[in-house]
Design a protein around this ligand. Structure first.
Ligand code: RM4
Ligand code: MN
Ligand code: MN
Length: 425
């Protein structure tokens, strides 16, 4: 990959240098600290979910590409490629049991050899696994049957155990629990049972670990999801304690929800724990971040940067990607997501916060909005590319990936696709 990166960077070098000069000159004239911006952009890192490396499917089918990773080791190899290209993805968020390692120590060593570590581990009580005693058809942590709840709690404790060996420091719990028809489930009791189980998982959390609850309005439950919205998620996190917080998945909101406002509220509550970046037009579409609503992504990043200014280093949400593509090459899709995240983050860093604050205090609607838009409309691509270049990454990750011939190469070796990716999750 390094050869392809060097070749690509040589091709784009002159043009990049000219674009970077022009932008730096303009930013300096506006009083911006260009060096500071470059450092700030470089500080943004995002974890890659282990389920994003294979071609995703929908419930109507799957069209696998060649050379998909066959196991978790090959998935890490692909994340290492992404990291070489983008220099922004040094960690993996592992899903268990989809990517459960036979030997976590060995997987940790394999990851370390690739320069990778582990972010939050994800439990799965939304599907029945082969050989499982009791079914999650009617829920897991919310289930009416104690036995099912016990089994689901035990699974989460196991996930924590695996994560501990891998060097992870948090668990994300997303529950499909809910009902499809009015009357099917006692709305209050099902929530209380869920909290009761989460309390037991929380009690087993290693001291330096965090627990994230992830809300989702619907799917697969179409009438009432137990952890349906950020309010429910917040109630759980507050009841559990200090090390529990909420995870916001950008695709888990009803159309037109003001997600930046959700972020702001959770920051105020001190309960914004993690993020799943992706994009969506209608539902939990898991598309490339920034592909559909780039302005919304910018406004979310603006809240995150603003919270960082206000709270300092203690504000450290776990930034993760949650996407699943059925059309794009997964590595290219991830490279585009990382790039779009870096750009949105870079734009948010450019917001003149003092000016914005001043205009807000003066109730100057026009100048406040113009201050935000001035940052949003700045073409930050040269800054972001420069950050990658300085770290040894690619000026243009997708073209470097294509010219490397990586997918063709692994296609020859990865001949049996044993992995069946998530369908419509
Ligand atoms: C869910 C949710 C979870 C993810 C699964 C695969 O919709 O977003 O975060 O682990 O999908
Ligand atoms: Mn998610
Ligand atoms: Mn989702």
């Amino acid at each position: 990959m390094n050869d392809a990166i060097a070749r690509g960077n040589a091709t784009f070098e002159d043009r990049h240098a000219r674009d970077l000069d022009a932008l730096s000159e303009r930013l300096l004239a506006d009083g911006s600290d260009v060096g500071g911006h470059l450092d700030g952009i470089g500080s943004f890192e995002v974890a890659v979910p282990s389920w994003a490396l294979g071609t995703g499917g929908t419930r109507f089918g799957r069209f696998p590409g060649g050379g998909e990773p066959r196991d978790v080791y090959e998935k890490l190899d692909d994340v290492a490629v992404l990291q070489e290209l983008t220099r922004g993805t040094p960690r993996v968020s592992l899903h268990i049991p989809w990517d459960e390692p036979d030997d976590p120590e060995e997987l940790k060593a394999h990851a370390a050899g690739l320069g990778l570590g582990f972010d939050a581990v994800n439990s799965n009580t939304f599907q029945d696994q082969p050989g499982q005693t009791l079914s999650y058809k009617f829920g897991s942590l919310c289930h009416t049957d104690t036995g099912v709840r016990e089994q689901a709690v035990a699974h989460n404790l196991h996930v924590i155990d695996v994560g501990r060996t891998l060097g992870s420091d948090s668990i994300t719990i997303w529950l499909a629990d809910g009902s499809n028809f009015p009357g099917q489930m006692h709305l209050r009791r099902s929530f209380e049972r869920t909290l009761g189980c989460l309390e037991r998982i929380y009690a087993a959390l290693p001291e330096d670990w965090r627990l994230f609850t992830e809300h989702k309005p619907y799917e697969p439950a179409f009438y009432a999801t137990v952890v349906q919205d950020w309010g429910s998620s917040l109630l759980l996190a507050q009841a559990l304690g200090e090390r529990a917080s909420c995870l916001v998945d950008l695709g888990h909101h009803l159309p037109d929800t003001n997600i930046e406002l959700v972020v702001a509220r959770l920051v105020t509550a001190g309960k914004l724990g993690g993020f799943h970046f992706n994009d969506a037009k209608y539902g939990d579409d898991d598309l490339t971040a920034g592909s559909i609503r780039p302005f919304q992504l910018f406004l979310v990043m603006n809240e995150l940067v603003d919270a960082g200014h206000h709270l300092g280093p203690s504000f450290a949400p776990a930034y993760m990607i949650d996407q699943s593509h059925n059309l794009k090459d997964p590595i290219e899709a991830l490279a585009m997501t990382v790039e779009n995240l870096q750009r949105a983050w870079a734009k948010a860093l450019l917001v003149d916060r003092d000016a914005l604050h001043h205009h807000q205090e003066q109730n100057d609607v026009v100048l406040a909005e113009r201050t935000l838009r001035a940052a949003y409309e700045t073409d930050v691509r040269p800054l972001v590319a420069e950050v990658r270049r300085r770290k040894g990454g690619a000026l243009d990750p997708v073209s470097a990936f294509r010219s490397s011939g990586y997918r063709e190469k692994v296609s020859k070796v990865r001949t049996f696709a044993g992995y069946v990716p998530p369908q419509s999750l």
